[in-house]
Ligand binder design. Structure first.
Ligand SMILES: CC(C)[C@H](C(=O)O)[C@@H](O)C(=O)O
Ligand code: SF4
Length: 460
């Protein structure tokens, strides 16, 4: 039978299939962080069950971590305790932890790929919805709940119903200045936040084939925002080149052996999907969101739809926008370039290339937060920090930061923030904060202009 990429990886990891029920799926890598692991560790302790394969688990601290003075004790008591608990749990169970201050520390979905922990063909889980990011490598990667985290600790397996298969094709030539973030915001604006529910999504077409790994990660990261369990892209030369030589990637002969297996990981011609959508790359323009879910997106040069439903009315009220309104020229006081969607070196190179030689508008607070210590080091090595500092942007230390209000980086009530993160829910970036999702270029251009700005007009 013809198989999809998803089938191939899934089927090779099924330990047992329960007739008319879920599968028991073997997990190659289990990533953990401080927020969703403590209860799972407690459950194991209470039931006196040991961690089954600690060498398959990697831990990092990211959500609660401050982005300043990381060498000092964490000021916030709750965060400090949570981080301490993670360290203790990892120590007790022999789990590798790249905690605050470690050279490999970072947002879980940034540090694992960059260390070569994420490899094609794997099954990867983490108690975090944006685990879908790792699908960029041709892996089955998905977020799990805390009780499943305990299940994986105990058995290295997870009991899960096989999702249905969805394929989203984007073919054609992207317009100048259209970034991977615009592609995924466009897809979600067209498909809505529920179209992926119950599905795993394969992204196919020349647009994804031509994308860098960073871009593919941005796309797969937001699969969950269209409701999908996860998203994935067939591994290819770009993937192998990225993985090769990374700290925990296979080396030498072993790499070549794995590569010949990875090359088989693609959807067979004529394999069937339960649902399929196709889009033209030419139709995509730089995107922004105007509402309180990632599906409420428009092209930056467009206007908020007039035919507002009930939920839209509530969202527009929260955002302080009106149906039919254009958001260009809207004054913006905050921009945030960071989060597991857009905090990789390519994102900062892109932002810096626009910012270089310019200065942020006086009204703007511009926050730049690398996704990992390694990205932070790379920013310095390439001299991008000077570009940001000279332009009046604030460059911080790695972490989830202003993506969600779990640490000190919050957007004040009522303020708009053009943010490269993935969720614009009410209060996501701080109580009463208003998030406008966009790409790193749109965020950078907005910071310079002091208002929402369409940079494509200045591109030649
Ligand atoms: C804290 C964590 C459980 C959560 C998630 O699952 O995604 C967070 O990372 C988020 O982005 O909202
Ligand atoms: S950066 Fe944001 S989306 Fe990503 S893991 Fe952290 S909180 Fe979740």
């Amino acid at each position: 039978m013809k198989k999809t990429l998803f089938d191939k990886i899934w089927d090779s990891h099924v330990v047992e299939s329960i007739p008319n029920g879920p599968d028991i799926l073997y997990i190659d890598k289990h990533l953990i962080h401080e927020v969703t692991s403590p209860q799972a560790f407690n459950e194991l302790k209470e039931r006196n069950i040991p961690v089954f394969r600690s060498e398959r688990i990697v831990a990092t601290a990211d959500h609660n971590t401050p982005t300043e003075n990381q060498h000092l004790p964490v000021k916030d008591l709750l965060s400090r305790n949570q981080l301490r608990e993670l360290s203790q749990n990892c120590e007790d169970n022999n789990i590798t932890l790249y905690g605050l201050g470690h050279p490999y520390n970072g947002i879980v979905h940034v540090m694992a790929p960059e260390l070569g922990i994420t490899q094609p063909g794997m099954t990867i889980v983490c108690g975090d919805s944006h685990t879908s990011t790792h699908g960029a490598f041709g892996t089955i990667a998905f977020g799990i709940g805390t009780s499943q985290v305990a299940q994986v600790f105990a058995s290295q397996c997870v009991l899960v119903e096989k999702p249905k298969k969805l394929r989203v094709n984007v073919n054609g030539k992207l317009r100048k200045g259209v970034l991977p973030k615009d592609v995924i915001l466009y897809l979600i604006s067209k498909l809505g936040t529920n179209s992926g529910t119950g599905y795993f999504c394969e992204y196919a077409g020349n647009v994804f084939e031509e994308m860098s790994m960073e871009g593919r990660m941005t796309v797969c990261n937001m699969s969950i925002e269209m409701g999908a369990r996860g998203g994935l892209i067939a591994p290819d030369a770009t993937t192998f080149e990225y993985v090769k030589g990374r700290e925990f990637a296979p080396k030498g002969e072993q790499f070549e052996k794995m590569k010949s297996y990875w090359e088989t990981l693609k959807t067979d011609e004529d394999a069937e999907f339960d649902k399929e959508f196709s889009f033209d790359a030419e139709d995509i323009e730089p995107m922004i969101t105007y509402g309180t879910n990632p599906g409420m997106g428009i092209k930056i040069s467009g206007a908020i739809p007039v035919e507002a439903g009930k939920s839209d009315t509530k969202a527009l009220k929260y955002m302080g926008f009106k149906p039919g309104e254009s958001l260009l020229e809207k004054p913006i006081n905050y921009i945030f370039i960071g989060s597991c969607t857009n905090s990789r070196i390519e994102d900062f190179r892109m932002a810096a290339s626009y910012i270089k030689g310019k200065r942020k508008a006086d009204n703007v607070n511009a926050l730049i937060v690398p996704g990992s210590r390694q990205v932070a080091e790379q920013i310095k090595a390439e001299g991008l920090h000077t570009v940001f500092e000279e332009a009046g942007f604030v460059l911080r230390q790695p972490g989830c930061s202003a993506c969600l209000a779990m640490n000190d980086d919050k957007i004040p009530e009522g303020e708009y923030c053009v943010s490269t993160s993935n969720r614009n829910f009410e209060g996501r970036q701080g109580q009463g904060s208003r998030t406008i999702l966009a790409s790193p270029l749109t965020a950078a251009a907005t910071a310079i202009a002091g208002k929402l700005f369409n940079y494509t007009e200045s591109l030649n």
